[in-house]
Structure formats: C-alpha cells, structure tokens
Design a protein around this ligand. Sequence first.
Ligand SMILES: Nc1nc2c(ncn2[C@@H]2O[C@H](COP(=O)(O)OP(=O)(O)OP(=O)(O)O)[C@@H](O)[C@H]2O)c(=O)[nH]1
Length: 392
Amino acid sequence: MASTPTAVVCVGMAGSGKTTFMQRINNYLHVNKKKPYVLNLDPAVLNVPFEPNIDIRDSINYKEVMKQYNLGPNGGILTSLNLFATKIDQIIALLEKRANPDPSVKTPPPQHFLVDTPGQIEVFVWSASGSILLESLASSFPTVIAYIIDTPRTHSCSTFMSNMLYACSILYKTKLPMILVFNKTDVQDADFAKDWMTDFEKFQEALQEEESKGVFGGEGFGGGSGYMSSLLNSMSLMLDEFYSHLDMVGVSSMTGDGIDDFFDAVERKADEFNRDYKPELERRQQERQKEKSEKRSEDLAKVMSDMNMERKPKSNPADDAESPVESSDEDKDVKDDEDAREADQYDDVAPDDDEEGLKQRYANTLREQGVQIDPKDESFARFVRASQQRPG
Ligand SMILES: Nc1nc2c(ncn2[C@@H]2O[C@H](COP(=O)(O)OP(=O)(O)OP(=O)(O)O)[C@@H](O)[C@H]2O)c(=O)[nH]1
C-alpha cells in the first residue's frame, strides 16, 4: 500500500540557503526515483532553480498586490500569502489527488511534498495565512518543518543562541516536528552545534573562551557583559528540554553532503508526527469545533431571547412599559411600525417611557427648537420629519 506523502516545509532566515537546499533535496529525490511534488510559496522570488508544481506566483502577482494595496515589500508578501490562503482548500484537494491518484495513472504518487517559503520568515510563521497553510497541510499529511540555519554565521555563542531561540519560537508556534538543518557545512562544520546542543558544559566552555578572547558576540561586537554571558548560560539550560524534541543534521546544499541524513530525519519525524502530533492536532481541531458549536448555540440563545423580548404580547401595561417604542402587536398597522422604527433612530427614551410620554418629549424638544406641533395629531415620523425641517 502506498504510504501518505510527507510534507517538508523549509523555513529559514534570508540567505540561510533555503532555496539552494530545496534545489538540492529536489534533485536528490529525482536521482533516487522518488519524484517529489514541489510548492513555492515565496511570491517575491525572481528565479526558482527548480520546477515547482504549484507556484504562488502563477496565481498572485506580488508587484501588482504592492501597487494596488499601496504596500511595501513585507506587506506585499503578507497580502499575497493571505490571498493565496483563500485557495487552500483547492490546493489541499489537488495534493490529496496527487497522493491518491487514479489507479490507471502509471506514475507512482510522490512520497514528499516540498514547500519553499518566503525569506521573510516571520511573515510566514507569524501570519494568520502561514498558520492556515501549515494547519491545512498538517490536517491531511504528516508535516515536518525543516529550519535551515546558516552554519558559518551561527558559530558564535550569541548568534547560535539567537537562532535556537528563534527555532524554539517556531516550534511552539507551529507545534509541528522540526529538523534543524545546519547548512553550508562545506564552509563550517556543524559538529560544534551538535556538541553545544547535547552537552551543556561544552557550550559554557565556548562561552568562557569567547569572553576571555574579547570576541563575545562574534563578528566584531567584542566585549559583551557579565550579564549577557549569565543570560546565555541560563538560556542554554532552559533550551535543554527543547533540544530533546529536535533532530539536527549538518548538510551542504552545495556539495550534497548530509542529505541522506536529512531524509532519515524526515522519516523519523514523520513517524513522530503520526504518533505524537496527529492525535494532539485532532484533539485541538475537535476542541475548536466544540468551541465553535458552543458559541453558535450561545449566539442562537441570545437571538432567541432577543426575539422573545420583542415579541412579548401587549397584553398589559407593564409589557408596554418594557418596550416603549416598538410594539409588534400583530394587529398593529404596518404604517405605525414604520413610524415607530423611524422615530426609534432618534430616540433615547428611558425604558419606562410610554408612547404618549415619548410623543410629548418630541413635542417639547421641537417646541424648544421653535417648531410648533400638536403631539396628539402627529405620528412619530412626522415629529422626526418636522425636526429635520426645523428652522435654523
Ligand atoms: N558554500 C555554500 N553556500 C551556500 C550553500 N547553500 C546556499 N549557499 C549560498 O548562500 C546564498 C543564499 O542562498 P539562497 O538559497 O538564495 O538562500 P535563501 O535562504 O533562499 O535566501 P532568500 O531567498 O533571501 O530567502 C547563496 O549565495 C548560495 O549560493 C551551501 O551549502 N554552501
């Protein structure tokens, strides 16, 4: 039986090598005769070095969105994603069709959906449309986040910690299994990262070394403060639990090194998704459904109670007092109703005013404004009309 394809969503900071990594894994799967299905969700990318099956740029013109909505680059990407998210049902239907093709179709279904996302990581991860896209994917397929990290730029303790905190925030936001992909290992080996993630003391040693050399903060920041290093120390302790939920791999998108390890990690994370995340996802969906239906019943109850109030028969004066302006007495003339409604717009009567009292108040007000009117002969609507025609 064909297994359900796994969706691999690549996120990472601008320049971390996401697109190059996508190209590499796409190529790897083609070579291994496991042709993937590829989605590009970056509306602003000029050239994609692979052939996406679904491309946001085919349906959304990012430059036109910026022009029409008068937006800057980030607003343009966000709005494009929002517009694209409105089509998510069609996209998922298409992916499901790909995953379960007609038996007459010769080509085997893909085992992976590869998803490239915008370089502005926060636009995707923290936007409503990003959540909709991820949740919709995860409701249908095992979904794994590949967080791409620029290894040479993460070599100092503080940049490493910043990156880990970002990854942590993505994990808690998406609630999906995550693989940390330390990219560009042809330039900088990722062993240091593995050490720091598995051995707290090694991270502390590196921290002390950076401090003693005066290169704390890396890349020319120099110095640092005692406060910063103790903060980093505590954070690395706190992140210990977070690291235990992650898989990390070192790869080079340039040379292809480590890509086997990456797909091993994808398999492990897909199993983890089915075992741990899926039940949780289903529980959350059921909870949301329950909340929705409770809210609907609450709203319905409110509407019903409002209707009851309005529909109270005018059988005794006490009822009249409750609804001074509008009366839905079945026998009442429609014209009267219209008059009452018209007057209602201008009315700020206290709940215990009766109709006569209301007329009198209008008459008094109009008289004060110099309009002479006999309240006994006039409907509310005429009062209102008169008030609109009042002198001055
Ligand atoms: N040496 C080396 N360079 C890499 C590797 N992967 C990517 N690069 C380079 O890193 C730069 C950024 O790569 P991209 O793939 O465009 O990065 P991106 O994250 O998609 O960038 P955005 O489109 O801005 O989000 C390019 O110059 C790549 O050639 C790698 O494994 N090794």
